[in-house]
Design a protein. Structure first.
Length: 551
């Protein structure tokens, strides 16, 4: 049986429960475990209730579970809300300055008292972390080395409070190192940023909007290392239009937002299609409509991103299901946008953007910058030259003897506005020829993943972050799981091939209208059961298993 541990840590906003959860994840990772961290937090700077759930396993894990082996509580509310999740025989480590417990399996430590006495009142989370490390059998020398690596600011203060917390705890079990080589931990936002950088990203523009804000923070913090320019502008209208100017000038540009911000970008999105500008947008979903529930997750924007913008629209839409897929498809989409000179949308959600994953770069196909079709500098330059495949050679402002037009109106090859019916149809047909080629391109890629029992008569179809919990249950119950990653152009051939021999289909989504189910219906793929969740929280494997009862 595989070794696996689940830990839940919680406290008020400002107490550092998220940092505590990340430290625990990194500790398990250093011992060779695969890690997944789910962060749950309210839209508050102080107070309320935040928690992180860490799952560490010998096998690859992409979701958390209902029950936990350890509960670490910085405040009383954490115990009240999560004690029911603790397994029989599970251990509680709690801040006795705020909580009073008499359970046999509970270890109380005055974390805030220790932190104040050392003169570092914000380090109570470090006290509980070191107590947890002692509980699972980590030696002090190993822990100290780990902490010195993790803390560069206030290092000595954290070491002092950790030492005292360590001495107040008792060893209960001993976690052994396993054979896996420790791998880095990345959030989905960090992974997709790296994929875009590998594909030659020059510029990232955004306005902070949860859950996409992490992209802005990560690229800004590493802009010199990555050689990427980063700009934070006043709103999403300005962001999208500035990005169009940047790609017109030749800069590989990506923007990021959530549903509300994407709504403000839709006019610029249409301009990008008409002017054939390769704008790439990351749209990280949260519960909607309107401002919805800002810090939670949903899959409610699929139909929106597929149809956003007016007129006949040529675009790529891709929805990765974990950090490794986010890395690959962010880079791939950036390259595809520039190859076909058309917009692309990477559709993620809070669960992917802000969860932390063990990242195995060896499992990811290599990404590199792919050059678009460039002008050969012969003859007069035509920005919208009519070609057999619909792709016109690119040149950029500033090049010698070149006039580069970009026009929001229908235009001729040079870029001059036209309204004659034959010329309008000619340019529309040019763009539509690109879409036919894009469909063929997708057929060459792995646009659909299949897991579980490949010859099963029953199949579940999922997309995006629902991949993780659904995959576990598909493998457990011996059914097939099908995950379309590319959603526009829709990989119809691959989907129908994956469904060969399947007699019964269920679709699983975190939205209330079964948006993927509607798309499947357009391609005559019959759905027998819809399993939907729309409370702002991701599916857990146990929930899916219960919902599939009788399927």
């Amino acid at each position: 049986m595989e070794k696996e541990y689940s830990v839940l840590v919680g406290g008020e906003a400002g107490q550092g429960s998220r940092k505590l959860g990340l430290l625990i994840g990194k500790l398990f990772s250093s011992y060779g475990y695969n890690v997944f961290i789910y962060d749950d937090y309210q839209s508050l700077i102080r107070g309320g209730h935040n928690f992180s759930q860490i799952r560490a396993s010998e096998k690859k894990v992409l979701t958390h579970r209902e029950k936990v082996d350890f509960l670490l509580a910085l405040d009383e509310l954490t115990v009240k809300q999560h004690i029911k999740q603790l397994k029989k025989g599970g251990i509680i480590i709690y801040n006795s300055d705020r909580i009073s417990l008499s359970q046999k399996n509970a270890v109380g430590i005055g974390a805030e008292t220790v932190a104040r006495r050392i003169g570092a009142p914000l380090t109570a989370n470090t006290v509980l972390f070191s107590a947890f490390a002692k509980t699972i059998g980590i030696n002090w020398s190993v822990l100290e080395k780990f902490l010195r690596k993790e803390f560069h600011k206030f290092q000595e203060e954290n070491i002092k409070v950790a030492k005292e917390g360590f001495e107040k705890a008792q060893k209960k079990i001993e976690i052994k190192k396993i054979g896996n080589i420790p791998k880095p931990l990345l959030t989905g936002n960090e992974a997709l940023s790296l994929g875009a950088v590998r594909a030659g990203l020059d510029l990232y523009i955004a306005y902070p909007m949860t859950p996409a804000s992490g992209i802005l923070h990560y690229l800004s913090a590493n802009r010199k290392k990555f050689g990427v320019k980063v700009a934070q502008l006043e709103n999403e209208v300005g962001i999208a239009n500035t990005a169009l100017g940047a790609v017109y000038a030749g800069a590989r540009t990506m923007v990021g937002t959530s549903g509300g911000g994407f709504a403000l970008m839709t006019e610029a999105l249409s301009l990008a299609c008409q002017a054939e500008l390769p704008l790439m947008i990351v749209e990280s979903q949260r519960p909607s409509p309107a401002s919805g529930v800002p810090t939670y997750t949903a899959q409610g924007d699929l139909l929106f991103v597929l149809t956003a913008g007016h007129g006949d629209f040529v675009r790529f839409v891709c929805a990765p299901g974990d950090a490794e897929e986010a890395y690959y498809w962010a880079g791939k989409l950036l390259n595809l946008s520039w190859k076909y000179q058309t917009p692309s949308i990477l559709l993620v959600d809070k669960e992917i953007s802000e969860s932390t994953f063990t990242f195995d770069e060896k499992a990811v196909e290599k990404i590199k910058k792919e050059e678009p079709l460039l002008w050969d500098k012969k003859g007069e330059y035509l920005r919208y030259k009519i070609t057999k495949n619909g792709i016109s050679p690119l040149a950029f402002p500033g090049e010698k003897d070149v006039v580069v037009k970009a026009n929001s109106y229908e235009h001729d090859e040079f870029g001059i506005t036209v309204d004659e019916e034959d010329k309008v149809e000619e340019m529309q047909s040019k763009r539509l020829r690109k879409f036919a080629l894009m469909k063929k391109e997708i057929e060459k890629l792995k646009a659909v993943n299949v897991y579980g029992k490949k010859n099963a008569k029953k199949a579940i179809i999922v997309w995006g972050s629902t991949k993780g919990p659904a995959k576990e249950i598909a493998e457990k119950k011996g059914i097939k799981m099908i995950q379309p990653v590319v959603l526009e152009p829709f990989p119809e051939k691959e989907m129908k091939k994956a469904l060969q021999g399947v007699k019964k289909v269920a679709v699983i989504e975190t939205n209330g209208l079964s948006q993927l189910g509607k798309i499947l219906n357009c391609y005559q793929i019959k759905v027998d059961k819809k399993i939907l969740k729309y409370d702002g929280r991701p599916f857990l494997p146990e929930e899916i298993e219960r919902k599939l009862a009788g399927f």
